[in-house]
Design a protein around this ligand. Structure first.
Ligand SMILES: *[C@@H]1O[C@H](CO)[C@@H](O)[C@H](O)[C@H]1NC(C)=O
Ligand SMILES: *[C@@H]1O[C@H](CO)[C@@H](O)[C@H](O)[C@H]1NC(C)=O
Ligand SMILES: *[C@@H]1O[C@H](CO)[C@@H](O)[C@H](O)[C@H]1NC(C)=O
Ligand SMILES: *[C@@H]1O[C@H](CO)[C@@H](O)[C@H](O)[C@H]1NC(C)=O
Ligand SMILES: *[C@@H]1O[C@H](CO)[C@@H](O)[C@H](O)[C@H]1NC(C)=O
Ligand SMILES: *[C@@H]1O[C@H](CO)[C@@H](O)[C@H](O)[C@H]1NC(C)=O
Ligand SMILES: *[C@@H]1O[C@H](CO)[C@@H](O)[C@H](O)[C@H]1NC(C)=O
Length: 183
């Protein structure tokens, strides 16, 4: 009799453990935004479209006739661009931007970009920023929104002002001034 009651208790304990494990949420607690910080970042994205090691390549394209545009519409590109401290190709690499750029609309001068900016040096080594926005490629000042981040940039939000430093048929160099609010 006593043995049975011990095993019954054991079963009850096991069942209550299962019940605790099936709970997937914590108790909600107050969020204190006073602990947030703001950081400004300044770097240059270097994109090579040609040559032996292009950093952006077309991976899919619609089979439609487009007007004689150098940037065809309905095109998807895979991008892995180094981020450098300066506009010179020899300046220090501090990270890379990886993601997709899609010219989705009929207007081939607008690109939507989905990039993760990962940093490989300095204070933010190992951290990354997620940026997403559409941009008119012909505009001299563009903007991207920071929609999140990892590592030091957890819970990040902010914006990047992008200044086209150089754009020609084979190379693109963009200056980024990013303002990030994060933990
Ligand atoms: C592209 O579309 C045209 C017309 O529909 C077709 O003749 C051609 O075979 C297509 N090319 C490819 C690579 O699918
Ligand atoms: C392509 O060019 C033709 C002729 O100039 C024009 O009518 C048409 O609107 C253009 N299409 C696009 C998508 O720009
Ligand atoms: C596209 O280029 C061809 C050859 O250069 C030219 O004949 C044609 O008029 C151009 N079309 C448009 C819409 O600019
Ligand atoms: C494409 O964008 C350019 C630049 O803003 C604009 O002049 C043109 O009218 C747009 N064309 C279409 C078809 O939306
Ligand atoms: C960045 O972090 C990685 C991984 O912890 C480390 O191997 C690397 O040496 C670091 N680079 C710099 C420049 O600090
Ligand atoms: C584009 O600019 C780069 C850097 O200044 C230069 O090396 C390259 O030759 C240029 N390409 C063209 C097609 O003008
Ligand atoms: C970006 O920041 C740099 C350095 O702080 C500054 O010299 C430059 O004028 C800024 N550019 C823009 C477009 O805000």
């Amino acid at each position: 009799m006593k043995r049975t009651s011990v095993s019954t208790w054991f079963l009850i304990v096991c069942l209550s453990l299962v019940a605790v494990q099936s709970q997937y949420n914590s108790k909600s607690r107050p969020y204190d935004p006073k602990a947030e910080k703001v950081t400004d970042l300044h770097f240059f994205l270097h994109e090579s479209l040609d040559g032996q090691n292009p950093t952006a390549v077309v991976i899919a394209q619609a089979n439609i006739t487009t007007n004689n545009s150098t940037v065809p519409s309905r095109t998807l590109s895979a991008v892995d661009d180094p981020l450098r401290t300066g506009p010179e190709p020899s300046s220090e690499v501090i990270g890379n931007a990886q993601g997709l750029a899609v010219i989705a609309g009929v207007n081939s001068t607008v690109a939507v970009t989905y990039f993760d900016f990962g940093f490989t040096g300095g204070e933010f080594n190992g951290s990354s920023l997620s940026m997403f926005s559409r941009n008119q490629l012909t505009m001299t000042e563009r903007e991207m929104s920071v929609v999140g981040g990892t590592g030091e940039f957890r819970m990040a939000r902010g914006f990047a002002i992008i200044n086209p430093y150089l754009i020609n048929a084979t190379n693109v160099i963009l200056e980024f001034n990013v303002t990030v609010v994060h933990y």
